[in-house]
Design a binder for this molecule. Structure first.
Ligand SMILES: C[S@@+](CC[C@H](N)C(=O)[O-])C[C@H]1O[C@@H](n2cnc3c(N)ncnc32)[C@H](O)[C@@H]1O
Ligand code: SF4
Length: 297
């Protein structure tokens, strides 16, 4: 069954029959990374977990059997993953062979990714110039700009995580995306205070001001992936979370039926835009459904 039939069927089962089958899987293929970003507690320098091709194959099959049809390869840095002759493109081909409709890779864009065969690519961009570098390391921003330009990928968006160090850069980053012909859209997220990164949490007043600004840009037709309904929910986070729409398999192999923020007990402070977007889809907000369809179909 193709996505045109599968998606409405999945939605009907979820909304009206109460079935909680994941639609998307997030697979952390390793936690090895070529950066050590200030806001991140996922990567491991000392003893990274690096999954084998066989392990990832088994995980993909498990996700597919559970009903998932979209997969996002995460890390660590997914573009540096190898197992013998296998690389990230081998995993993309494998996922398509198993039957996933679409594959996504999220990358820091430090290395060229012009050979990357994912259906869509998310590049992490945490502000312009020094704002990005302050979080991710010296020289990283210039590499990102160059590698985006040379990637030639038709479906490339950027993901900004707004925190206490970069919130002043939100306007210029949105303008940069609008003027950059190689980038389709930007998604705005906020720092989620995982253990060890609590100090970067943005206070709620500033968060609300940033959200109002982003909504204004969205209304002016800037290429912002978030829906207005989803953005409004992120102002207070007081809504029923529907994060079971994605399942997660961590770098150590742990399988979660919902986001790791719930396990860490920090849902109230969550900054990931997908939480609000999922709630808005389930409560039939037309603007969010439209945004989701643009992303998925
Ligand atoms: C863990 S990284 C892995 C992929 C790749 N290394 C990268 O940086 O794009 C995936 C995404 O999680 C985001 N992230 C990391 N720590 C976060 C946090 N504490 N709160 C919200 N997002 C976070 C990153 O900015 C990135 O966009
Ligand atoms: S590049 Fe990605 S995985 Fe690596 S430290 Fe930064 S956010 Fe974490």
């Amino acid at each position: 069954m193709n996505s045109t039939f599968y998606l409405p069927l999945w939605f009907f089962k979820a909304k009206f029959l109460g079935k909680k089958d994941p639609l998307q899987s997030v697979i952390f293929i390793s936690d090895k990374c070529n950066l050590a970003c200030k806001h991140c507690n996922v990567y491991s320098r000392q003893n990274p977990n690096i999954k084998t091709y066989e392990q990832i194959k088994e995980e993909l099959e498990y996700c597919y059997k559970r009903g998932s049809r979209f997969v996002d390869f995460e890390g660590g840095e997914p573009t540096i993953w190898t197992d013998g002759d296998y690389d990230i493109n081998s995993l993309i081909a494998l996922a398509k062979h198993i039957g996933f409709f679409s594959t996504t890779v999220t990358t820091n864009a430090v290395l060229p990714f012009d050979k990357l065969k994912a259906d869509s690519i998310w590049v992490s961009l945490d502000g312009l110039g020094e704002y990005h570098n302050r979080i991710r390391g010296n020289g990283v921003f210039d590499k990102l700009v160059k590698n985006i330009e040379t990637s030639g990928h038709p479906d490339l968006s950027v993901n900004m995580v707004v925190n206490a160090l970069n919130y002043q850069s939100v306007d210029e980053t949105i303008e940069f995306v609008k003027d950059n012909p190689f980038i389709k859209s930007i998604s705005i997220n906020f720092h989620t205070p995982y253990k060890g990164t609590e100090s970067l949490f943005l206070n709620w007043d500033i968060r609300c001001q940033v959200i109002d600004k982003v909504i204004a840009y969205k209304k002016k037709k800037y290429p912002i992936m978030n829906s207005v309904s989803g953005l409004k929910l992120m102002k207070h986070n007081k809504f029923k979370k529907q994060c079971w729409v994605s399942n997660f398999i961590l770098a150590d192999g742990t399988r979660l039926n919902t986001c790791s923020g719930e396990n860490a007990g920090i849902c109230d402070q969550c900054g990931l835009c997908m939480a609000g977007e999922m709630h808005s889809v389930m409560t039939l907000k037309p603007d969010t459904i439209l945004a989701g369809m643009r992303l998925r179909m």
